[in-house]
Design a protein around this ligand. Structure first.
Ligand SMILES: Nc1ncnc2c1ncn2[C@@H]1O[C@H](COP(=O)(O)OP(=O)(O)OP(=O)(O)O)[C@@H](O)[C@H]1O
Length: 266
């Protein structure tokens, strides 16, 4: 099968409510093999909710979610073995060593224990963390923990990767490695669903950008297409325009003046 021909993901009229409040308002989306989707939107727009539904972590949605051609509501969870996930807020098991944690997560994805342990060590080494492999994760810095999460999501060579703010805490050099790695993986036919607020990174790595506002898709296209439509220069500017936001100066000024007020009253 040629890269780009397989429909990896399809959302049809996806709706989700929390306590009567609609947070997803009918998302329709088809994603094809090899695409890097930049899934962006304001805080609270519904990005993580969409991703968690696709991962089978949230129930109670309406509409249809198909992954690798299979409706996930049918109850056959084999699709999960072909998925990798870097969560926004991860509960890494701090008391475990990276070796224990990664071997364990590799086994959960069906890898042989010895194979998972050796592969995890190689990947840790390539990230410059080989000498930390047997140390407890509680002794790692934020960026080191993030690298462990990234390795954990990739150990089983997934076909579909969900990344929620994956560069969080990474230094500039490490970010370059991840960006390069994502484009290599996509070129080899992996599909990447990337959610982030770092607009210049999304602009550079995504083959397709999807903007959601209030649980609805308001833009869907390549960066070049969105640029043509909005006549703005950067993704940050396009984001501001499409979310109708031009108040950053006045909000910042009010914020600072409130802070100063408190100080003056002391
Ligand atoms: N467990 C929950 N219970 C009730 N409401 C929730 C729950 N999780 C999310 N929400 C609400 O759903 C909406 C969408 O949240 P979601 O986390 O999907 O947004 P997001 O686009 O990922 O935001 P951010 O950019 O801030 O991470 C928000 O209004 C949020 O308050």
């Amino acid at each position: 099968m040629n890269i780009g021909s397989e429909k990896v993901l399809a959302l049809t009229d996806l709706t989700m409510s929390y306590g009567g409040k609609k947070v997803l308002n009918g998302i329709n989306l088809e994603v094809y093999q090899g695409q890097i989707i930049g899934y962006i939107g304001p805080n609270g727009a519904g990005k993580s909710t969409t991703v968690k539904i696709m991962l089978g972590l949230i129930d109670g949605y309406e509409g249809k979610v198909e992954i690798f051609g299979q409706d996930i509501a049918i109850g056959d969870h084999t699709y999960k073995r072909r998925i990798g996930y870097v969560p926004e807020n991860a509960e890494v098991y701090d008391n475990l060593t990276a070796s224990e944690y990664l071997t364990f997560s590799g086994e959960l994805y069906g890898l042989d224990r010895k194979y998972a342990e050796l592969k995890a060590f190689k990947l840790m080494n390539q990230f410059g963390l080989g000498n930390m492999y047997h140390n407890r994760i509680s002794s790692y810095s934020k960026g080191m923990k993030q690298k462990v999460l990234i390795i954990s999501s990739l150990l089983h060579d997934p076909d579909l990767l969900f990344l929620d703010e994956p560069l969080s805490g990474l230094d500039a050099n490490s970010m370059m490695i991840i960006k390069e790695m994502l484009s290599l993986l996509a070129a080899q036919g992996k599909t990447i669903f990337y959610s982030s607020h770092i607009m210049d990174v999304v602009e550079k790595i995504s083959s397709r950008i999807i903007l959601i506002v209030d649980g609805k898709i308001v833009a869907d296209g390549s960066f070049e297409e969105l640029k043509l439509q909005s006549k703005e220069g950067t993704l940050e500017e396009i984001f501001n325009q499409l979310t109708g936001f031009n108040e950053h100066k006045s909000i910042a000024e009010n914020f600072v003046s409130t802070i100063r007020d408190v100080q003056n009253n002391e």
